[in-house]
Design a binder for this molecule. Structure first.
Ligand SMILES: [Zn+2]
Length: 276
């Protein structure tokens, strides 16, 4: 009779070594070569599991692997910024797969909606992060452009932390980011976004008419020709989130296409650390 109560009071999930290892095997970009970085990732992920509330919906049976996979990927962008960068929200809602949202794009309330087929996540300023597990799992397999919906949505969180609006300019920490100027950041991001948008348009112009861009073959062309998922062309906010995915998942690819942007991301995500 009190089963539901017992479930609700269940101990918060902890970071178990065997689950951690399984998550790293599934998401190889979480294997950090630096031992101190790896330990820090684990510590932040464990704190995330302890402090955040996870709400599986639509009958999803969220197990330790899922929660740990989300926590470890969420920890990656704040590895050197610290977990306080996420202290303006608590809840992570997890759908089994893609879910429907009825609003569009980034609205005046700073709500970012990713409802195109390939992306399934939603982030609200000060509110929950909403993710679809099937999309997260799919991101584990790709070898094309980075596809990491967890990193994507948490990049939006960092972006919205200053003023609640997603504009591609994340919150700067006065101590860690003293050398970063918001105007310079906006200029650099804008230039990269414009260049990328031009590359997408160029590809669309010369795209073979006989191939459906939505087919596997069509998608393979996009993946081969573009350094980032084409979705990055949507807006500066989406460009920042998609480029952040690439920064952590396919860094060489991002660095090759946008060296200045990558150097700026180094200064933001790895402040005070020498970059090799
Ligand atoms: Zn997005």
């Amino acid at each position: 009779m009190f089963n539901w109560l017992r479930r609700a009071r269940r101990e918060p999930p902890s970071l178990k070594p065997e689950v951690r290892d399984a998550v790293i095997a599934a998401f190889p970009f979480l294997a950090l070569p630096d031992a101190a970085d790896a330990a820090r990732l684990e510590e932040i992920a464990a704190g995330f599991l302890r402090d955040k509330g996870f709400t599986p919906v639509h009958g999803l049976d969220a197990d330790d692997f899922m929660l740990t996979a989300i926590a470890m990927q969420a920890a990656l962008p704040v590895l050197h910024l610290g977990p306080r960068a996420y202290d303006d929200f608590e809840e992570i809602v997890i759908y089994p797969g893609e879910f429907q949202v009825e609003r569009e794009a980034t609205d005046e309330f700073g709500i970012v909606h990713d409802d195109s087929g390939a992306r399934a996540g939603e982030t609200m300023a000060g509110g929950p992060v909403i993710l679809g597990w099937e999309e997260i799992r799919r991101g584990a397999q790709g070898d094309g452009p980075a596809f990491a919906p967890v990193i994507h949505e948490f990049a939006h969180k960092l972006d919205m932390r200053n003023g609640g609006v997603a504009d591609g300019i994340p919150a700067f920490d006065p101590k860690l980011h003293a050398g970063l100027d918001p105007d310079d950041w906006a200029d650099e991001l804008d230039a990269a976004w414009e260049a990328f948008g031009g590359a997408v348009e160029d590809l669309e112009d010369r795209f073979p008419r006989s191939i459906d861009p939505e087919s596997d073959e069509g998608r393979a062309i996009y993946e081969r020709e573009l350094p980032l998922d084409a979705y990055a062309a949507e807006s500066e906010a989406e460009f920042f989130a998609v480029a952040t995915e690439a920064y952590f998942v396919t860094p060489a690819r991002l660095r090759g296409a946008f060296p200045h942007l990558a150097a700026m991301f180094d200064a933001y995500f790895r402040p005070g650390r020498s970059v090799g």
